[in-house]
Design a protein around this ligand. Structure first.
Ligand code: BES
Ligand code: ZN
Length: 444
């Protein structure tokens, strides 16, 4: 590994570019400037585009007629570092332990997007140019829902016109295993508030005569699943496309399954919808998840109270051909039906994203797979659908009319969004190699 590449990554990581925290606004902006400087230094023309939120950074080479136009998308913002005292070393002071880089953003997404930037830099240094018309689009709001990117795409449709988009922000199923992701789950988020009594009540004086909102939220949340792990919302599975026989067969042979999922998650036993393997449950089946549930006394010791309100945050992961608005309507009806007597329910809709699916056997899909084969010689390719979501991928399709190739290098144990996020130096190197192979293939 070239030391200057590691120095670049470390410099990039040291900016605490946490997009959700207002106190980091200047750090996010400084990170964008550094990135634009790097893109300029490798020989591209870079721009920083201010938005109502955090800046978008773009860069391009000189476009020539007759060549394919390739957009590489990524993000330079990161998730918060909390709980910060659970990190082995400080989150924005990158260190290498046993060949693995530890820092917030190392995997998601600074290591991967910088791998592409440095790959392009190497090619330009050696050959004077890359073999395609190139556009880098690197945003600072992915981790907060890409709020200002859609209008940017609409306003700059002509400048961003391209034939194909490539993203490295998904997983690699196992070490050194070329992984092509041809599907992502969508998402629909909502927040619930249940209330009953006008004020907190003494649980002895009134307990027995009123429905407890904390009990009510627990009942409502419990009503979302059957004992068999299936989501119990009427019509929830109506539009779910069945797994294809070839997928079920191929996924059984992946070097990733129950053993790895159990080891990484640390659960005593895996659990999910009956009738599906765990890889299938994650990649191809929709879910209902409780991301938070609270209400009542949270302090030390006991307090005999009936809280006047209680809350839950829910997200639903969706698969083709479910539509977020339709799922939200069905879930709302279910929640209202399962609200116990004596309780008022308020539902606030959150962010949404469509599920994504692309044909792994398209011409671009095959070119990407040839690039993976070049970058990982002799290794068997994994074709997967991921459980995570990148909603902007559907926006690209809708506004720019272009498909996205998902070529991820995040390890199952990368701890994205968690303490001790990490990225192997080996994967950083692979990403640079992959970029070079990819642009060579797409340029043919
Ligand atoms: N890079 C992830 C998405 C991802 C991770 C896709 C692993 C596939 C495999 C991205 O940064 C992310 O965390 N997305 C959010 C989106 C949400 C906030 C709309 C997610 O999936 O929770
Ligand atoms: Zn993320």
């Amino acid at each position: 590994m070239q030391q200057s590449h590691l120095d670049d990554l470390f410099a990039f990581i040291r900016f605490p570019s946490v997009s959700t925290e207002p106190r980091h606004k200047d750090d996010v902006a400084a990170c964008a400037s550094w990135l634009a400087g790097k893109l300029t230094a490798i020989g591209l023309t870079a721009h920083i585009h201010p938005t109502a939120g955090h800046p978008i950074v773009t860069a391009r080479n000189t476009h020539q007629p007759g060549r394919k136009t390739v957009m590489i998308y990524g993000h330079y913002d990161v998730q918060p570092v909390d709980p910060v005292n659970e990190w082995t070393s400080p989150p924005f002071e990158p260190v290498i332990r046993d060949g693995i880089i530890y820092a917030r953003g190392s995997t998601d997404n600074k290591g991967q997007i910088l791998g592409h930037v440095l790959g392009v830099g190497e090619t330009i240094h050696e050959k004077g140019d890359v073999p395609v018309n190139l556009i880098f689009l690197i945003e600072g709001e992915e981790e907060v829902g890409s709020k200002n990117l859609e209008s940017f795409l609409k306003e700059n449709r002509a400048a961003l016109a391209c034939d194909i988009i490539a993203i490295s922000d998904t997983g690699m199923v196992a070490r050194n295993t070329p992984t092509f992701t041809y599907g992502l789950r969508g998402i629909a988020a909502m927040e619930l508030r249940v209330s009953g009594p006008a004020v907190d009540l003494h649980s002895g004086i009134y307990g027995g005569a009123v429905m407890n909102p904390a009990t009510a939220i627990a009942r409502i949340v419990a009503s979302l699943h059957g004992a068999d792990g299936r989501v119990a919302v009427a019509g929830f599975y109506d539009d779910v496309a069945p797994l294809q026989p070839w997928e079920r067969e191929a996924w059984q042979r992946l070097p990733f399954g129950d053993t790895e999922i159990q080891a990484v998650t640390g659960v005593p036993e895996l659990f999910g919808e009956a009738g599906y393997s765990n890889v299938e449950r994650i990649g191809a089946r929709p879910t209902a998840e409780v991301n938070g549930i609270w209400g009542g006394f949270q302090g030390t010791g006991s307090k005999t109270v009936i809280p006047r309100e209680a809350f839950a945050k829910l997200t639903f992961r969706l698969v083709p051909s479910q539509r977020p608005a339709d799922v939200v309507a069905k879930v709302r009806a279910h929640l209202e039906k399962h609200t116990p007597p004596g309780i008022r329910l308020e539902i606030t809709d959150g962010h949404c994203g469509e599920p994504y699916a692309t044909d792994p056997h398209s011409a671009f899909g095959k070119a990407a797979q040839r690039a993976l084969a070049t970058a990982f010689p002799g290794k068997e390719l994994a074709l997967i659908r991921e459980g995570g979501s990148i909603p902007i991928v559907n926006t690209f399709k809708r506004i720019l009319g272009v498909e996205t190739l998902l070529l991820g290098l995040a390890m199952p144990e990368c701890r994205a969004h968690a303490p001790d996020e990490n990225f192997p130096v080996e994967n950083f190197e692979s990403c640079i190699r992959l970029n070079r192979a990819l642009l060579a293939e797409l340029g043919m």
